[in-house]
Design a protein around this ligand. Structure first.
Ligand SMILES: C[S@@+](CC[C@H](N)C(=O)[O-])C[C@H]1O[C@@H](n2cnc3c(N)ncnc32)[C@H](O)[C@@H]1O
Length: 316
C-alpha cells in the first residue's frame, strides 16, 4: 500500500468540468504530485489516458507506485511543465484536457525534508528539482538585503518585507541561517507582537516567497499556460487551480487576453488584426471549495479553479 499524504482539492469539480467529450481522451496532468487527480480521472473515465508530469523526482516515485494499477493508461514524466510543453513533439497526439494544480503538495511540507515548512527543523532547500542551482539557503544567506526585501514583498505580498530582510541580514552576519526553524525564529522576532499573534504564522508569507523564487514558479506558469494552450486540441479544455492571488491573477489575465476577439490598439477606428477568440471562458467566476470540503481539508480553503475551452487555433 502506497502511503499518500496529500488530499486532492476540488476533485469532483475537476471531474465535472474536465470530463472527456468528442475533443478526445488524452489528459495532461501537469502537476501530478502523488497522483490524486490522475487516479480520479482514470477511475471515473474508462477511456481516459493521462500523461502526468512533475518536477520532483521523489513525489513522482510515489505517483508511479500509486498509479501502477492503471498500466499503460498512464505515463509519468519527470519535467517542468513549461519545458515539457515547449518541447512537445509536433507529430505527437495533442491533449484534449490539461490540468494545472499549482504550488506544492502536502508531501513537500510533511515528507520531503527540504525545509518547505517553518514548523519542521530541516535544512533550507525548497528546490522541487535538485537540478536547480539556487536553493533557499543560497537566497537567504547570499542575496543582498534590497533584493531579499523586494522578493519577500513581491512573491509573499508581505508588508513587513523590509524589517524581515534586515533581520535576516543581521542574523546571517553572526552565522549562516541553515534550518527552516531558525529562519522562522528570525522572522518572528523581527515583526510587531500583534503580527505574531495573527491568524497565520508570521513566517508564512516569507516561506511562500522563497519557494516561488527558488522554483521560478510565476514565470513557469506564464510560459506553461501559453505553450499548453498552443498544443491543446481545438475543443479541448484547460483547468487551473491556483492557491494565491499572484497565481490566480496570471491565470485570470491570460484567459481574458485569449478571450479577446481583437488585439488591435483601442485608438484604431476599425479592426485590422482579423483576430478570433482563442478560448471561451467556461467558469465565469472561479470555482471555490464548498464549506464541507474546507472543513475536511483546510488546505483547500484558498483554492480557485478556472476552466477555459479552446475554440480557435492561435495564428502565429
Ligand atoms: C498541488 S500538488 C499536485 C497534487 C495533485 N494534483 C494531487 O491531486 O495529488 C503540485 C505538484 O506540482 C509540482 N509542480 C509545481 N510546479 C511545477 C512545474 N512548473 N512543473 C512540474 N511540476 C510542478 C509539485 O512538485 C507538486 O508535486
Amino acid at each position: 500500500m502506497v502511503e499518500v499524504v496529500h488530499t486532492s482539492v476540488l476533485r469532483q469539480e475537476v471531474l465535472d468540468l474536465l470530463a472527456p467529450d468528442s475533443a478526445g481522451t488524452l489528459f495532461i496532468d501537469t502537476t501530478l504530485g502523488e497522483g490524486g487527480h490522475t487516479a480520479s480521472i482514470l477511475e471515473s473515465f474508462p477511456d481516459a489516458r493521462v500523461i502526468g508530469l512533475d518536477a520532483d523526482h521523489d513525489i513522482l516515485e510515489v505517483a508511479r507506485a500509486r498509479l501502477s494499477e492503471f498500466g499503460s493508461r498512464v505515463t509519468t514524466v519527470h519535467a517542468w511543465f513549461n519545458q515539457f510543453f515547449s518541447e512537445y513533439p509536433i507529430d505527437a497526439e495533442r491533449p484534449a484536457r490539461v490540468l494545472f494544480d499549482l504550488g506544492v503538495s502536502s508531501f513537500h511540507y510533511e515528507k520531503s525534508g527540504r525545509g518547505f515548512s517553518f514548523r519542521s527543523d530541516e535544512l533550507l532547500d525548497m528546490r522541487l528539482d535538485e537540478g536547480l542551482e539556487i536553493s533557499a539557503y543560497h537566497v537567504v544567506n547570499e542575496y543582498p538585503e534590497p533584493e531579499l526585501a523586494s522578493l519577500i514583498y513581491e512573491f509573499g505580498e508581505e508588508r513587513y518585507s523590509r524589517r524581515i530582510a534586515r533581520a535576516i541580514v543581521e542574523s546571517r552576519a553572526q552565522a549562516p541561517i541553515r534550518r527552516s526553524v531558525d529562519l522562522a525564529n528570525v522572522i518572528s522576532s523581527s515583526v510587531p507582537p500583534e503580527y505574531r499573534r495573527a491568524r497565520i504564522h508570521p513566517a508564512t508569507r516569507t516561506f511562500q516567497a522563497l519557494r516561488i523564487a527558488v522554483n521560478g514558479e510565476l514565470a513557469r506558469l506564464s510560459q506553461g499556460l501559453e505553450s499548453a494552450l498552443r498544443i491543446l486540441v481545438p475543443g479541448g479544455r484547460i483547468g487551473v487551480i491556483a492557491f494565491h492571488s499572484l497565481e490566480d491573477r496570471i491565470v485570470k489575465r491570460f484567459f481574458r487576453e485569449k478571450n479577446r476577439e481583437c488585439t488591435c490598439p483601442p485608438e484604431w477606428p476599425a479592426c485590422r488584426c482579423g483576430g478570433k477568440r482563442i478560448i471561451e471562458i467556461v467558469t465565469k467566476r472561479p470555482v471555490r471549495p464548498t464549506q464541507r470540503e474546507i472543513a475536511t481539508n483546510p488546505a483547500s480553503r484558498s483554492a480557485r479553479l478556472r476552466v477555459a475551452e479552446k475554440v480557435n487555433e492561435e495564428q502565429l
